[in-house]
Design a binder for this molecule. Structure first.
Ligand code: MSP
Length: 469
């Protein structure tokens, strides 16, 4: 299929976008750009999750009406994505009227078909996660993410028949029809499903900031159902079962491990109930920590993307973030290490390569030839399929290091004077290599890529990345 639909989670608006959110969204942007370059028709969806008790509480705390609060917060996300040169195709907000109407239509259908029924729920509820917890999730009786002791919540409620889909979901995961990367995450989901999937409560009685259930206005819809359907409404879906919008299903859905389980169960079950195809692939990345600690506002160690941009520039930030998590692992960030990496990889390795060769040759026409071997290119292509941005960048940087070494070995700056013919030949090789490198880095650093290509053409050397302290 010649299309590529990629999604990020829609982020809660009670948080200011931090580098964790930025990572997922940048990764989506880079993968979309890569697929576009391969002539795929691409669609990249992101957005914000704006309903629920927690958001309503945050609005009250800020002394604002919910609508005003979410408008402002959603804008913060849009602004920072713009600064980071992230080019999404749609930004879906769950307070959007069309989304709400489609969600209501879908929920009405699920009720009519018997996938939603009324029952009674009692469970351990973590208000910060907006999720019921099972005892196995807790550490010392507390939610491990929020250090809150979940309270027993009892209410009459509507349920979604998740249990009914247990077998099919398991089969689809086992058969590989639907992929979860990395493998360990897939194993984790299967272990979770093997314990048995219970029906989930999908209505809330005392939460007014949400989508009213179309068949019982005393309730609003559980935020996760509202949120999952964004992956459909973001493509213009009107809430009808069996009606697949253009680009659906997602070819790739990105998320961190915090929200994998709900995606791999409730989201898939919703699709099965709505007679829609399942996504092809989930890619689940790790968490960022700062100096070995979880990033959190209370610890005061949150790194904001704006701070990174101020120090490293847009492409510097894009490069540093996308090269910082190893496949499936958590990754630790320190300002010292980021600065070192920026200076070594960008200011020195890449920056020097471009400026020194551009300075060496002011007039001759370049005859582009093959620079990077077919094998290397195929390796990079494979790494893109496997969603390994850090490893891709390492591969590209091997080429940059090679090019610099080659210049040294050939003493190119002397060669162009002592043996202009030979010098010209080597220069041509290096220019060709740089040309290919500039193309390869485009998904990660679009502006830098364009600047390098421009310098190759105009032979006007400009500093790409100034050294910083
Ligand atoms: N609103 C839900 C998602 C609904 S999707 C249908 C939600 N929002 S969230 O704001 O908490 O975003 C979670 C996501 O943000 C993670 O899955 C990940 O993509 C990103 N990250 C948030 N913190 C992160 C780190 N510390 N490290 C890496 N990614 C992080 O859950």
């Amino acid at each position: 299929m010649n299309k590529f639909y990629i999604t990020t989670p829609i982020y809660y608006v009670n948080d200011r976008p931090h580098l964790g959110h930025a990572y997922t969204t940048l990764l989506a942007d880079a993968l979309k750009r890569w697929q576009s370059r391969r002539n795929k028709k691409t669609f990249f969806l992101t957005g914000t999750d704006e309903h629920g008790a927690k958001i309503s509480q945050s609005a009250k705390k800020a002394g604002k009406a919910e609508k005003e609060f979410v408008d402002e917060k959603a804008n913060n996300f849009k602004e920072i994505w713009k600064k980071l040169n992230i080019k999404y195709d749609n930004f879906l907000r769950t307070t959007n009227t069309r989304h709400i109407l489609a969600v209501q239509k879908a929920v009405q259908y699920l009720k009519e078909k018997g996938f939603i029924y009324k029952g009674y729920y009692q469970g351990l509820y973590c208000p910060a996660c907006e999720q019921y917890k099972v005892p196995d999730d807790l550490i010392d009786g507390k939610c491990p993410d929020h250090q809150i002791t979940p309270q027993i919540l009892q209410e009459e409620s509507y349920f979604f028949k998740l249990s009914q889909f247990e077998k099919v979901i398991k089969e689809k995961i086992l058969s590989g029809e639907f992929l979860i990367l990395p493998e360990e995450r897939k194993a984790e989901v299967l272990a979770f499903i093997n314990k048995g999937l219970k029906d989930v409560s999908i209505s809330r009685k005392n939460v007014s900031w949400g989508i009213p259930l179309p068949f019982d206005k005393n309730y609003t819809l559980y935020v996760w159902i509202d949120a999952f359907l964004n992956y459909l409404t973001g493509l213009g879906w009107l809430g009808l079962s069996g009606q697949k919008p253009d680009f659906f299903p997602p070819d790739l859905q990105l998320m961190a491990k915090d929200i994998l389980r709900v995606h791999a169960t409730i989201w898939l079950a919703l699709l099965l109930a709505l007679k829609l195809p399942l996504p092809k692939k989930f890619f689940v990345h790790g968490y960022f920590t700062v100096n070995g600690q979880k990033m959190s506002k209370s610890l005061g160690n949150v790194i904001w993307p704006e701070d990174l941009i101020e120090k490293f520039g847009v492409d510097g930030t894009r490069y540093l973030l996308l090269s910082s998590l190893s496949y499936g692992q958590d990754g630790d960030i320190t300002w010292e290490r980021l600065t070192e990496k920026y200076n070594a990889d960008l200011a020195n390795n890449l920056g020097n390569l471009v400026s020194r060769v551009v300075k060496l040759d002011q007039k001759s026409k370049i005859k582009y030839q093959k620079g990077i071997s077919e094998t290397k290119n195929n390796e990079i292509k494979k790494l893109f399929e496997e969603i390994k941005p850090k490893e891709i960048l390492e591969k590209i940087w091997q080429e940059i290091t090679f090019a610099n070494k080659y210049i040294e070995e050939k003493k190119l700056w002397e060669l162009v004077k002592t043996n202009p013919k030979k010098g010209k030949k080597v220069l041509n090789e290096i220019f060709s290599l740089i040309f290919e490198i500039a193309n390869l880095i485009e998904p990660f650093m679009p502006d830098t890529s364009a600047k390098i290509l421009q310098q190759l053409q105009t032979k006007k050397s400009q500093i790409l990345f100034p050294r910083i302290k």
